[in-house]
Structures are given as C-alpha cells and as structure tokens.
Design a protein around this ligand. Structure first.
Ligand code: GUN
Ligand code: ZN
Length: 426
C-alpha cells in the first residue's frame, strides 16, 4: 500500500553551485508518495491526497522532508575511537586508529561495531555511507551484513595495507588482491550494496600493492575506488620519501592504475596544479571532510576552487578522524571552512553537498540524493525547531533558508524526526 508523507519537501532541479540557490526547491505544503521502495509521486499535499485516497498518510507539518544524508567517506571501524585527544594524522593513526582496527580480526567485535555504527548514522539521518573497513575480510562481511539487514544502500571495501602498519594489520599485495576480489564477488551488486576497492593511502601500500589493486580496478570497472590524498603536509613529505620518482602524491596512484572517473579521493586539501588538472581531466571525485580536517589539524579544503574547475565534490564526516556522526554538523563545519577562506556557502549549497553532491560523487545520483519520481525512497524528516536555541533563532526568519540555517549550524540528532529506508520507516 502506498504511503504519503506531508511536510516541507526539498528537491533539486540542478546544481546550486551552478544555478544558484533557486536550483533547490522547497514546497512548503508538499508531499511524497512511496511504494515498493521508491518515490512514485511528489507534489502539493492536497493534490496527492486526492490522487492517492487509499494511501496511509503521515503529516509532518512544518518539518522538512529531505533526501537522506549521504556520507561519502567514513571509517566505521573507528566508531569507538571518535573524539580521541591530542594527535595529528600519523601519530593519531598509530596511537588510536591502528590498535582499534586490530580488534576487527574478531568477527563478533566487527559485527558489534557495525551495528552500533548504523544505529548512530540512522539516528543522525544518514541513509547511505561509503566506508573503509579494516584489513580483515570479516570486517567487510560485518559491514555489509548490518547494512543489508537494514535494507540500506551502502558502499565499503577492505582497507589494504602492506607496510608501515602494525604486524596484525598488514596484508600483502597478493592477499589484498585475492581477498578484495573475493569480497567484491560476494557483495558487489547484492541488494543495494556496492564494493569499493580500498587502498588506505600510499604510505601504507607498497608500489606492488597499489599496482595489484589498480589491476583489480581495471578488471572491475563498475566498482568505485577510494583512498586518501594530500591530507596533511607531513604526510605529503613522507609520500615523497617513499615514492622518490613520483611527480606528486596523485602520481603514486596514477602510475599504478588508481586514477579514474570512479575514484574517490578523501581530503585532497594540499593539491598542486598538476594534480588538480589530472583529477579534473579524469572526472574524479574529491571528498571534503571538514570536521576531520579541523580536528586532526589538516587544513582548509578549497571548495570554491575545485567546484569552479568542475570537479565532483562530496561531503563526509570521516568518522572517527571527523568529530561527529552528523551531516548537519558537517555542513556547519563546511560553512565555517568557507568563511575562513572568504566564501559564504549558501545553505542550499550545503544541503546539496550533504545529499545530491555526495550521491553524485558516488555516481549514485540517479538512485539517491533527490526527491523525485523513480528515486529510491531514502528520506529524512527534519524538525526545524528541535531545541530552544534553534527554535528562537528561526522566529525572525523571513525565507525558508533562514529557517533552515539555524538547524544546519546548531542541529544534531535531536533534529531527526523520522528516517525512511526504501520507503519503510526505520
Ligand atoms: N589517512 C590514512 N588513513 C586515514 C584514516 O583512517 N583517517 C584519516 N583521516 N586519514 C587517513
Ligand atoms: Zn579517511
């Protein structure tokens, strides 16, 4: 039976970075009809009520009905070490991350954290994530099993590392290829799950391992590939010593078959002109992780510059280098980074990044990221007055965006009224 939900419905006609804020429409008395996991109609509440008299109706009043949030770069195994104090990238990895990731050799622990992670992301209105697992194949199984049980569209891959990591956290070039291939065959295309080929980053892979994963990618071109690029200056200097003949950081990937249209490059803060040119030519996606970039002390991503070049940009929490599970908090951080660079991102642009922008970065924008007929019915319903502080800030609002912006800047999981996964309320 069809389900009709009513509220202020947000949808996109285009890219607000190209067309301006008017590319985002909010129908203040709108509705969405869902059936069979999909959106079958959108429009005015009264019209839809008349067209679907049999539908079950839920009226969310003044709440905002949005596409579910899409978090384009996370590490679900770092759930338990989020908000760990006092380190920068390399010593943060060695002190907090690697000891925690070693624990994922235990399938029961991996399952516990995967379930905890999805409970947290769903309570924050995030309906799709693209995650790194650990080197353990069991950690990939745990992630996809938990996602499949919840009916989610989800992306992940086995993180590959064959040097500069603890003994319990290394594979080899061959086992990385073999395990990734087996997991890809097992999970890629099952329900709404997609396997992502995942070399962690150049410092923890030998050239042989990067080449093996480049070969796997060329043999499986429907898969995305994710990695980290130019996050911190110390890291870039280290990459130079490990790959002395590479032209730059990106070249360590490019020369091993790991630069392409389906490539997702996390952070990408300190890019050189050649790197920007090549990423643009290849149509790659950059993933902006603003809370992480502040928390680990990495730097200020150049949103305006990369978007002006036509690069696809997604937005992400980077849990647990990022300091929040919330895409609302992540939008706020992106706004703050923009301010520090002299650019005030419009709330319509921030919202687009957290939904359609990330969906487009994952090449999933014909399925998720928008509210339109034929899209998968992954939705979040947002209370625009979820705390007294937010509620009083909206009282002076004269436009819909002025009433949304306080929730962007101050909202958290208390703003999430409801989440729909493939048309079913979670
Ligand atoms: N670079 C390599 N691994 C990681 C990671 O787990 N988190 C972040 N933020 N950067 C990385
Ligand atoms: Zn990361």
């Amino acid at each position: 039976m069809a389900e009709l939900i009513l509220g202020q419905v947000l949808s996109y006609h285009g890219d607000p970075f190209v067309l301006g804020p008017d590319a985002v429409q909010i129908n203040t008395s709108g509705g969405v009809v869902m059936l069979g996991g999909e959106i079958v109609a959108t429009g005015n509440a009264d019209t839809l009520r008349a067209q679907y008299p049999q539908a079950t109706v839920t009226d969310y009043g003044r709440a905002l009905i949005s596409p579910g949030f899409v978090d384009a770069h996370v590490h679900y195994p770092q759930t338990a070490i989020i908000a760990s104090w006092g380190k920068r990238l390399i010593d943060w990895l060695n002190t907090y991350t690697f000891p925690e990731e070693i624990r994922f050799a235990d399938p029961a622990y991996a399952a516990e954290i995967a379930n905890r992670y999805f409970d947290l992301t769903l309570s924050h209105g995030t309906t799709t994530v693209c995650s790194y697992a650990t080197i353990h194949p069991e950690s990939v199984d745990a992630f996809f099993t938990a996602a499949q049980t919840r009916g989610l569209r989800a992306y992940a891959g086995k993180t590959c590392m064959d040097r500069n990591a603890p003994a319990g956290l290394q594979d080899t070039a061959k086992s990385a290829y073999d395990d990734s291939k087996r997991l890809l065959q097992k999970w890629h295309g099952q329900d709404r799950l997609s396997y992502v080929i995942t070399p962690r980053f150049s410092p923890t892979s030998t050239p042989d391992q990067l080449a093996a994963l480049g070969a796997l990618w060329s043999e499986n071109q429907s898969c995305l590939m994710q990695t980290h690029l130019s996050e911190q200056l110390d890291e870039i200097a280290w990459v130079k010593t490990l790959y002395p003949t590479a032209r730059d950081y990106l070249d360590t990937y490019e020369s091993h078959g790991l630069l392409g249209m389906g490539g997702l490059y996390g952070h990408a803060i300190h890019l050189e002109p050649r790197e920007i040119d090549r990423l643009t030519e290849m149509g790659a996606s950059l993933i902006h992780c603003p809370t992480s970039n502040s928390f680990i002390g990495s730097g200020l991503f150049d949103m305006q510059g990369t978007i002006a070049r036509g690069l696809r940009v997604g937005l992400a929490t980077d849990t647990g280098g990022g300091s929040s599970f919330s895409m609302l908090r992540t939008m706020a951080a992106a706004y703050e980074v923009g301010q520090l660079r002299g650019v005030s991102l419009h709330p319509a642009q921030l919202w687009w990044l957290a939904t359609m922008g990330s969906a487009r970065a994952l090449h999933a924008n014909t399925k998720i990221g928008n509210i339109a007929k034929g899209m998968e019915a992954d939705l979040v319903v947002i209370d625009l007055g979820s705390t007294p502080g937010i509620e009083q800030a909206t009282r002076r609002a004269q436009t819909i965006w002025q009433s949304v912006f306080p929730t962007i800047m101050m909202g958290d999981d208390r703003a999430i009224k409801a989440v729909y996964i493939a048309g079913t309320r979670a």
